[in-house]
Design a protein around this ligand. Sequence first.
Ligand code: NDP
Length: 247
Amino acid sequence: AAHFLHGKVALVTGASSGIGAAIAEHLAVAGAKVALAARRIDRLKELQARIEDKGGVAITIVMDVCDEEQVHVGVKRAESVLGPLDILVNNAGVLYYTMMKNVHIKEWQKMVDINVKGTLNCVAAVLAGMVERRRGHIVNVSSDGGRKGFAGLSVYCGTKYFVEGMSQGMRQEVAEFGVKVTCIQPGDVKTELFEKSTDQEAREKYEMVSKMKVLEPGDIAQAVLYAVKQPDHCSVNEILVEPQLAP
Ligand code: NDP
């Protein structure tokens, strides 16, 4: 079933790194034309070259998901070059380990701005078009932290609970218009996500990724492929993927 996404158009946010880059590459290898969106253009260009080397089609879109206007313009450009979007992958996100008592309010705000408002900006730019065309799939990269709160990640988990709640409501609203909504809930994946926290106390106490078995970004990309390749009558609402623990 190679190229089962032939003719489809996808936009992936946070495609410059980690999980988003893997999702974009897997979608392209499966035949989709992919718009690679993020702020770091050099990283997007490298991924574009890698996809083209494999015979895929990709364009790059510089967009900060927090900037409503940039998102709107970016989606318009993707659609004018590649065609109407069939798939939006809301993957851009940040994680900062913080302890609530240490009040790293700037980092809390960034998580809300990017993980919550950024996701909304992207939904706002694509959903009306999908509904009008009676076709579309929004894939939100949530987290296992969208199902359970973790110490050191209270605000992060809050942002992912938002993604889950919003997705559940939206799914019911858009089903009658042929639009699907999927939440992917990864456990720990080896990426750059964990390198940015400044709350050393929280990091030392709770940061587990460096000590744990972790997933590869490609494992999450496989889950996205599974969700987007289903027939019309089948909606994959959630996929929780965690590292297999040692026996
Ligand atoms: P990375 O740090 O490797 O990638 C994050 C991506 O988000 C980058 O491409 C970055 O691009 C983009 N991004 C960050 N801020 C913005 C912004 N303001 N506008 C546009 N893009 C932005 O992390 P991961 O690949 O691990 O994370 C991807 C998603 O997966 C996140 O939503 C994360 O919460 C989720 N997740 C990750 C897990 C893990 O263990 N790694 C587990 C569960 C969920 P750029 O800086 O170029 O803009």
